[in-house]
Design a protein around this ligand. Structure first.
Ligand code: HDD
Length: 699
């Protein structure tokens, strides 16, 4: 058919000039106003037509000669780089670290000694198991990686929101990661630990038990990245001018307090908003509500460490704050969203080996392995040894050495001298006495070998301490989480083995999980090299008691419709905003609603697309008619049913009561009259934990 069209005819006009634009697409070029710089190829050649490829005739084949098309497509074909093997999904921001208390007594590192000094940082948060395009709210550990661009070079504190790790030795890292990622034959589940391979590995690796307790706690279903804690995990060293060493553990404490979701909410958030955490971080920064953390340090000497009833070099152990209190020495503020996700968030390359003079590593065998792994992974992820020149990775202090050439070299190094010692160039870089020096750890007298230290053999005591330090509700959440995860495990002996381990941690926990799984009897506990000791509980490890009662950083949703009482909405909004909340209006239609005073109220979200899971507290202000209509609308009924089930404060006026009834909302201190804005704000500052036993059976 096409071949018969007259357009195939070649005539004098067809030939035109080489840069001539013809046919469909011309008009697109005219659309936008403004003063645009000329579009060029990567070689700087101006492009006349960005709509049509170069074709032999109007309906003929495309010509290989079209270097503009080839360059464009080739670049596009290579846009993706390998995603991180772990922590692939992440969100990041720029900001600064401000030292508020000098640690000059312990270290020479300027970033930790110059009180009042501000150091630029780039912080990336991540989930561990899922791919780059996975959801934000699975049950998972969160990465908390901070790159400090100090005056003495880059210091990367690459931590997590949990102070311990699954394994003791880097040798096991590929195994634990393989086991938790999607299973290799079926390629599922994505971003989930609830499957056979993970629990199989765990069941055969008792050192994971402490971290498993944390992973099953509410820490792994955070409300926001702004409400997670961060930990450097390992013991590091601080070194003073004489080389004296003090051990240090780093902690980040969120200013908004630590806050989590409830499991059902986290699951529903995955449907409501895949990008819930990324969006929350973005919106907070754009709104000038800059996320903030305190930096706390635990400092202890070698001698003090000797007295701990555990080995602090074992990364499955934490140092209780009750033993070594936290000293707050600084604050971290994130105040700028990256300009470009790929250039910054994707290309940022953290390496725990990036450390500055005055800080040093410890002999933690997990840390030692990490010192190798990160540089290695960046070489394959970023394609060569010059990734430190990418702006987000480059130090902000001067840097110079004799490393040269390599893939994607961006520097034009001058001069003849690219070696040392040399006498030919007066300004060529030389080592300096102020440079990095390692702690001179005296050698121990043991023999070389593939050894797991005897002091690493206790796998249950701190797991027990963590479990027993939790409030009753948190313990119930952990038991329920274990039941959920193990219910997804198809292999009976794996489920049984895990419950066996739990018997070493807490007999009641093991029984609850066994009951939750419907096991007829408790499986045997595996032999334990070192039986669990009863360490004193550490209340600092709880979440619920430590949540800050505040509306700061929280979001309130108000459901309105035509005829909603304008004064009530205004009062609720005013009170919530005064307390620090962000308020969003939800209506059945995005166009909004006409309120009782005849004013048109715009909506921030449409009801069906804005479920209550995205809010921390909800209010419904509805006329009698709207209430009656919405009581038959599943989206509205779910709105209140979920808010009730997720333990949120609910304010409702008379018209909205019908919706509450349809949603099965009961009565408690968290369900208030919409006319009482003060009562609503008070209830909205926290979750209604006492409601929980009424809404779900906890294991
Ligand atoms: Fe790791 C990434 C945190 C043990 C090997 N790790 C990575 C990231 C974080 C952590 C936050 C993401 C950084 C970013 O945002 O780009 N990793 C930890 C913590 C660990 C830990 C807190 C234990 C205390 N990691 C660990 C071990 C190994 C690795 C034992 C290997 C021996 N980690 C890597 C890696 C990654 C990584 C494969 C993947 C992407 C990357 O490094 O840049 O090299």
């Amino acid at each position: 058919m096409a071949s018969k069209k007259p357009a195939r005819r070649r005539d004098a006009d067809d030939r035109g000039s080489p840069t001539e634009t013809r046919g469909h697409g011309d008009e697109l070029q005219q659309l936008a106003g403004g003063t645009h710089p000329p579009l060029t190829t990567a070689q700087g050649i101006p492009v006349a037509d960005n709509q049509n490829s170069l074709r032999a005739t109007p309906l003929g084949p495309t010509l290989l000669e079209d270097f503009i098309l080839r360059e464009k497509i080739t670049h596009f074909d290579h846009e993706r780089i390998p995603e991180r093997i772990v922590h692939a999904r992440g969100s990041a921001a720029h900001g600064y670290f401000e030292l508020t208390e000098s640690l000059a007594e312990y270290t020479t590192a300027k970033v930790l000694t110059e009180a009042g000094g501000k150091t630029p940082v780039f912080v990336r948060f991540s989930t561990v198991a899922g791919g780059a395009g996975s959801v934000d709210t699975p049950r998972d550990v969160r990465g908390f990686a901070v790159k400090f661009y100090t005056q003495e070079g880059n210091w990367d504190l690459v931590g997590n929101n949990i102070p311990v790790f699954f394994i003791q030795d880097a040798m096991k890292f590929p195994d634990v990661v393989h086991s938790v990622k999607m299973e290799p034959d079926r390629a599922f589940p994505q971003a989930a630990s609830a499957h056979d391979t993970f629990w199989d590995f765990v069941s055969l690796t008792p050192e994971t038990m402490h971290m498993i307790m944390w992973a099953m706690s509410d820490r792994t279903i955070p409300r926001s990245l702004r409400t997670i804690e961060g930990f450097g995990v390992h013991s590091f060293r601080l070194l003073d001018a004489k080389g004296n060493s003090t051990f240090v553990k780093f902690h980040w404490r969120p200013k908004l307090g630590i806050q989590s979701t409830v499991w059902d909410e986290a699951v529903k958030l995955q449907g409501a908003d895949n990008d819930f955490h990324r969006r929350d971080l973005f919106e907070a920064i754009q709104a000038g509500q800059f996320p903030e953390w305190e930096l706390g340090v635990q400092l202890f000497t070698e001698e003090e460490a000797e007295a701990f009833p555990f080995d602090h070099l074992d990364p499955t152990k934490l140092v209780p704050e009750e033993t070594v209190p936290l000293r707050i020495v600084g604050r971290l503020v994130l105040d700028r969203w990256p300009d470009n996700f790929f250039a910054e968030t994707e290309q940022v390359a953290y390496c725990p080996a990036n450390i500055v003079p005055g800080i040093d590593f410890s002999n933690d065998p997990l840390l030692q392995g990490r010192l190798f792994s990160y540089l290695d992974t960046q070489l394959s992820r970023l394609g060569g040894p010059n990734f430190h020149q990418i702006p987000v990775n480059a130090p902000k202090c001067p840097f110079a050495n004799h490393q040269r050439d390599g893939h994607m070299q961006m520097e034009v190094h001058k001069g003849r001298v690219n070696y040392e010692p040399s006498s030919l160039q007066a300004d060529s870089p030389r080592a300096t006495p102020a440079g990095f020096r390692s702690h001179t750890t005296p050698p121990d007298d043991g023999a070389k070998g593939r050894i797991r230290a005897e002091s690493f053999a206790d796998h249950y005591s701190q797991a027990r301490m963590f479990f027993r330090s939790q409030s009753k509700l948190e313990q119930a959440h952990m038991a329920s989480a274990l039941v959920f995860e193990l219910s997804k495990v198809e292999t009976p002996h794996v489920r049984e083995a895990i419950v066996g381990h739990l018997r070493h941690i807490d007999a009641s926990l093991a029984q609850r999980v066994a009951d939750g799984l419907g096991m007829p009897e408790l499986p045997p506990a595996p032999p334990a090299r070192v039986p669990a000791q009863d360490l004193p509980p550490s209340p600092a490890l709880r979440i619920i008691d430590r949540m800050r009662d505040t509306l700061e950083g929280r979001c309130v949703g108000i459901l309105v419709d035509d005829g909603s009482d304008a004064a009530t909405i205004k009062a609720l909004r005013k009170a919530a905003e005064k307390d620090g909340a962000t308020v969003k209006i939800v209506a059945p239609k995005l166009g909004g609603a006409t309120l009782s005073d005849g004013r048109r109220q715009a909506a921030d979200g449409q009801l069906a697309g804005t479920p209550s899971v995205v809010f921390d507290a909800v209010a419904l202000v509805l006329s009698e008619d709207a209430g009656a209509a919405l009581a038959k609308e599943a989206a509205a009924v779910d709105w209140v049913r979920d808010a009730w089930g997720h333990l949120k404060a609910i304010a409702a006026d008379a018209g909205a009561r019908k919706v509450l009834k349809a949603g099965g909302v009961g009565r408690d201190a968290g369900v208030v009259d919409a006319g009482d804005a003060a009562a609503f704000v008070k209830a909205a500052r926290t979750r209604q934990w006492e409601r929980e036993p009424k809404v779900r059976t906890l294991a």
